[in-house]
Design a protein around this ligand. Structure first.
Ligand SMILES: C[S@@+](CC[C@H](N)C(=O)[O-])C[C@H]1O[C@@H](n2cnc3c(N)ncnc32)[C@H](O)[C@@H]1O
Length: 352
């Protein structure tokens, strides 16, 4: 069965690609950034709607799944007794009004790892509370891109909600074998930017961290002085992120939406080189035929903002299996009671 979804805060369509690869159809998308909209048009041949705050929820087509990787904003609770449930003035409010009007069977929300502790945990609490008030049963977990066959240590908070009372079970999500940076590197086509040997320092005895990262050295730039002890240059944390160098035998740190110069350096075949744009898009699970248009700086920003496609594919497959297919059974069961067999009742019990 083909399910319909809407793609809110669509970016370059990471959510969309993952759901389309699971046979689902996009019926509406919204994105405010001009460059992201151009890329979306180039890749999906579709104009997105613009600012979601200006879109009447009644005009959004009916859909089965709502997808949103929305920006994280605090909810003000000061001086307002009802404030704890008040989401007005935030972009989550727009998700909430669409859910109230359209009641899709499933929702998937994505945010940064620290979302769970944002505003001392209030933000997550308010959102789960708001979703439950509309009728959604929710569950959430921090998922890491590196567990989905992509060599990037990128942790994200994922919230899944269902309208049919089923609590999504994250333990059923299939974890894949890790891969390494060297698996996604392009062949040297003469376009690779290498550092000269006097531009960096390699440390002695690098170690693989639990995250899979192997910090091997740093660019010879200023280190953090404040609170730093002497002889700590072998520690990654004294070097700013754009100066750190990681081995291609490990995973890569999180690509950042704020990095427009593409300062991602890897040690590979005894040389230090910058990742190419294509390699950054591979690190998020996009295929090489994904069209990259516009300035390099904007393309780096876009990819740092995206969701990792293979992670979405696995979530999509589980949401179909755990929530949507069971919802279909309930709907099929909604026939006059006298026509129901014992089998129908057992399905009710199974999913209820
Ligand atoms: C974290 S990114 C989501 C990226 C997306 N999941 C992807 O795979 O590329 C959030 C997006 O929300 C967009 N955005 C922010 N405010 C918006 C608004 N009022 N209406 C529509 N989009 C908005 C931003 O431009 C940004 O692209």
């Amino acid at each position: 069965m083909s399910y319909k979804f809407i793609d809110l805060f669509a970016g370059i369509g990471g959510f969309r690609t993952g759901f389309e690869n699971n046979g689902c159809n996009c019926v509406f998308s919204s994105e405010i950034d001009e460059h992201a909209r151009e890329m979306y048009k180039a890749n999906y041949n579709e104009e997105t709607s613009k600012d979601i705050t200006q879109i009447d929820e009644k005009k959004i087509p009916n859909h089965d799944i709502l997808l949103a990787g929305f920006p994280c904003q605090p909810f003000s609770i000061a001086g307002d007794k009802k404030g704890f449930n008040d989401t007005r003035g935030t972009l989550f409010f727009d998700i909430e009004r669409i859910l109230k009007e359209k009641k899709p069977k499933a929702i998937i929300l994505e945010n940064v790892k620290h979302f769970k502790s944002h505003d001392s945990g209030n933000t997550l609490k308010v959102i789960l509370n708001a979703l439950e008030n509309i009728g959604y049963t929710t569950s959430w977990k921090i998922l890491n891109a590196k567990d989905f066959g992509v060599p990037q240590n990128r942790e994200r908070t994922i919230i899944v909600g269902s309208l049919n009372g089923i609590k999504f079970d994250f333990n059923k999500i299939e974890i894949k074998q890790s891969s390494f940076i060297k698996d996604i590197l392009e062949d040297d086509n003469g376009q690779i930017e290498y550092l000269n040997e006097d531009e960096y320092t390699l440390i002695e005895s690098p170690k693989r961290q639990p995250s899979g990262l192997i910090f091997v050295g740093y660019r010879n730039k200023n280190i953090r002085i404040k609170g730093t002890r002497e002889n700590t240059n072998h520690l990654s944390r004294v070097h700013k992120q754009p100066n750190r160098i990681y081995s291609s035998d490990g995973t890569h740190p999180t690509l950042s939406s704020g990095e427009s110069a593409g300062r991602y350096f890897v040690y590979h075949n005894e040389r230090v080189r910058k990742l190419t744009l294509k390699e950054c898009y591979r690190l998020m699970g996009f295929q090489d035929d994904f069209k990259l248009i516009g300035s390099k700086a904007k393309l780096y920003n876009r990819i740092g903002n995206s969701i990792v496609v293979p992670m979405v594919e696995e979530i999509a497959s589980q949401v179909k299996e755990q929530i949507l297919s069971k919802t279909d059974k309930i709907i099929k069961c909604k026939k006059p009671m006298k026509q129901m067999s014992l089998f129908d009742f057992s399905i009710y019990n199974e999913v209820g």
